[in-house]
Design a protein around this ligand. Structure first.
Ligand code: ADP
Ligand code: MG
Length: 619
């Protein structure tokens, strides 16, 4: 072992001090921690030599068990044994629609708490306990306090889920250097950002099939900078689903109609064992209820085809999103325990027509990449490459008529800031409601509301004169802040978006898919709403003008004008865009004459009020 160096008291050279940074993969099924030692990334094991910590916490009355020690309680004490806590992160009670054995308490729209033998525990607290285990493990194994950590999250995580993860890390006493998307971390682990050939852009696909989630991302390495071009996935598709498909097959083979809970749990365990055995063997035995079923690779491939086809569809969609062909992809990286399956590797090989990278253990690759990024961020590495991630959904705000104005579109590289000017709708308007939304649709009601705030103190002006500058800023962790400022007076207001709940799996999928499905319908709805807003604005301006100058019109003209006005008002209660447009044109015929009369009067008045002196003075 090398001798440790000790500096003269007070002489320790701070700039060269090695600071300890760790990377944590906080997984649905497993979590683990890695660090860079002497320039090499390394996963850290516990005292028993285990690297993977099952993401399980068991709360007994007087003690708490974690990981492997907590595992047996999933069957003996399921209510107090929390598994897959990641699925609950950043979700409101109402969002949680999947099955689970727990008693959740709290308001529908708030973060729920689990009722346990040790009282109420929130998802943030439970995740913090897992993170604390890994932090303790790292401190014990490195014999030093930890200066900072990078925690990975799925690319699909929305603001609320990221915020919950950050809160959990802080609660565990970790200094969070950054939240990093899992696929991005995997690319870093393979050194795909270290390519020295700066001539050509390179594109990489990261295929991550874990226990409960599927993520696919396309990364571009260009001019020494790394950017995530596109992401997609399923928040409820993973190795667990493969296990369930095997159980379904086994039931059919054995002519079993129903299984009780205990039997089902037993089948699942057996299925998982068989599945994992098939990664190293051509065939295996599935042992259930004292019966043996023989399962070979070809049969397994058939059984899980439905699940694999889903992942392939997502891959193709993401390629389209990134506007790339297969020939543009230099490498494909496999991530997640499920990519150990031969059938999964074969499917990926076939879709991308190349041999995927899988030399780094697929369970460890994310933590390894996170530790390399952590090492860079804490300042131990001279490497200056910059990692960019993307926003998973578009961000925008509500404008008149319930329409969405998109400021940042989905798949935009972050960190990013976008600014746009808006104006007032009414004369003398002194306040403006800024309503921030997320989603791909054109109408606010079809998107997800993230938050709202009011900009007060706008100086009274004619409608359309005020200049309100709205800035959207998404930081490197994907957290959003929105600011609004009236430029003449300088009054301003802002919010950080920290929603108390996140999106349900289905909602995330729905928001994305609806964006494609309803594109045409949205275009029509947007046109209708815009026409309506414009017509209402005309009506309001006309109303104001009539108050002042109605005397300029003959009684016949006034009747005609009022009639046209009523016609339009009535059409505005319908959704008949043709009829509205016709009514607007009709009104225009009468209101144009009125406008001309007003103009003449103003010119007359102006001329009357002008003395000859004024003319000579101004010349
Ligand atoms: P997560 O990121 O969701 O925590 P992991 O990447 O740890 O998940 O993957 C867990 C999944 O990998 C489980 O479904 C497990 O059955 C599967 N898995 C682990 N080892 C193997 C193997 N040798 N062959 C096939 N699947 C495996
Ligand atoms: Mg994972």
């Amino acid at each position: 072992m090398a001798l440790l160096q000790i500096a003269e008291p007070g002489q320790s050279s701070a700039p060269h001090e090695h600071r300890i940074a760790i990377g944590i993969d906080l997984g649905t099924t497993h979590s683990l921690v890695a660090t860079v030692l002497s320039g090499k990334a390394k996963v850290l094991n516990d005292e028993q030599g285990r690297v993977l910590l099952p993401s399980i916490v068991h709360y007994a009355q007087n003690s708490t068990e974690y990981g492997d020690a907590a595992k047996p309680f999933t069957t003996t004490d399921p209510k107090n044994t929390i598994v897959s806590i990641k699925r609950f992160m950043g979700r409101s009670k109402a969002d949680i629609k999947f099955q689970h054995p727990y008693t959740l308490v709290g308001e529908d729209h708030q973060m729920p708490a689990f009722e346990t033998a040790q009282g109420r525990k929130t998802p943030v607290e439970i995740s913090a306990e897992i993170l604390k285990q890994l932090k303790d493990r790292a401190e014990a194994s490195l014999n030093n306090p930890i200066n900072g950590a990078v925690i990975t999250v799925p690319a699909y995580f929305d603001e609320a889920q990221r915020q919950a993860t950050r809160d959990a890390a802080q609660l565990a006493g970790l200094n969070v250097l950054r939240l990093l998307n899992e696929p991005t971390a995997a690319a870093v682990a393979y050194g795909l950002d270290q390519d020295t050939n700066l001539e050509n852009d390179r594109n990489y696909v990261i295929y991550d099939l874990g226990g409960g989630t599927f993520d696919v991302s396309i990364l571009r390495f260009s001019q020494g900078v790394f950017e995530v071009l596109a992401t997609g996935g399923h928040t409820a598709l993973g190795g667990d689903d493969l296990d369930r498909l095997i159980v379904k097959w086994a039931k059919k083979q054995l002519n079993i109609e129903t299984l009780d809970d205990a039997e089902y749990a037993h089948f699942i365990v057996a299925a998982r064992k068989a599945k994992e055995a098939l990664s190293d063997n051509e065939a295996t035995d599935l042992k259930v209820l004292d019966q043996h079923l023989s399962l070979d690779r070809a049969t397994f491939e058939n059984i899980i085809k439905v699940a694999l086809d889903k992942t392939i569809n997502v891959c193709n969609r993401v390629l389209r999103d990134a506007k790339l062909d297969l020939s543009d992809i230099q490498n494909v990286v496999l991530v997640g325990g499920s990519t150990r399956s031969y059938a999964v590797q074969q499917a990926v090989r076939e879709v991308f027509k190349q041999e995927p990278l899988c030399t780094i253990n697929p369970d460890e690759v994310v933590a390894i990449g996170a530790s390399i990024t952590a090492n860079q961020l804490i300042g131990n590495s001279q490497d200056g490459s910059l990692l960019l991630d993307v926003t998973p959904l578009s961000l925008g705000l509500e404008t008149m008529g319930g329409l969405v104005e998109r400021l940042i579109s989905r798949n935009t590289a972050i960190p990013v800031a976008r600014r746009q000017e808006f104006t007032t709708y009414q004369d003398g308007q002194t306040a403006m409601l800024i309503h921030v939304v997320q989603g791909e649709r054109d109408l606010v009601e079809h998107c997800r509301s993230l938050g709202r705030f009011v900009l007060h103190g706008i100086p009274p002006m004619t409608a359309g004169q005020a200049r309100i500058e709205v800035t959207f800023q998404v930081d490197a962790d994907g957290l959003l802040s929105v600011a609004a400022k009236e430029t003449t007076s300088g009054v301003n207001a802002h919010i950080d978006i920290k929603p108390s709940y996140g999106l349900a799996d289905d909602d995330m999928q729905r928001l994305l898919l609806d964006g494609y499905k309803f594109a045409e319908e949205d275009k029509n709805l947007r046109h209708l709403q815009e026409t309506k807003v414009e017509a209402k604005r005309e009506l309001e301006a006309l109303e104001q003008a009539l108050k002042v100058d109605s005397a300029l019109l003959s009684s016949v003209q006034l009747t005609d004008l009022n009639h046209a006005k009523e016609q339009l008002e009535q059409q505005l209660t319908t959704s008949d865009i043709k009829a509205i447009e016709t009514a607007v044109e009709q009104l225009k015929i009468h209101s144009d004459a009125f406008a001309a009369a007003r103009m003449n009067q103003h010119i007359d008045q102006a001329l009357k009020g002008t003395k000859l002196d004024d003319w000579s003075n101004s010349n």
